[in-house]
Design a protein around this ligand. Structure first.
Ligand code: ZN
Length: 60
């Protein structure tokens, strides 16, 4: 890389000021109340949405 293309520390740090990751927003299952990933089936009861649930729908 050519020396004139070097970026100063301040500019590098300003760019990297946007690189931090944010914690995933927790969602609460309306069926059993346990924490779950948003837009995913509940790991506890398998609830997805009204009329659809996974892994517990077999034992109706
Ligand atoms: Zn649940």
């Amino acid at each position: 890389m050519h020396p004139t293309h070097k970026m100063c520390h301040g500019r590098t740090r300003r760019r990297r000021s946007h690189h931090a990751l944010r914690a995933a927003k927790p969602a609460v299952c309306p069926n059993c109340g346990s924490a779950k990933q948003p837009h995913a089936a509940c790991p506890n009861c398998g609830y997805v949405r009204p009329g659809l649930s996974l892994k517990t729908s077999e034992e109706e």
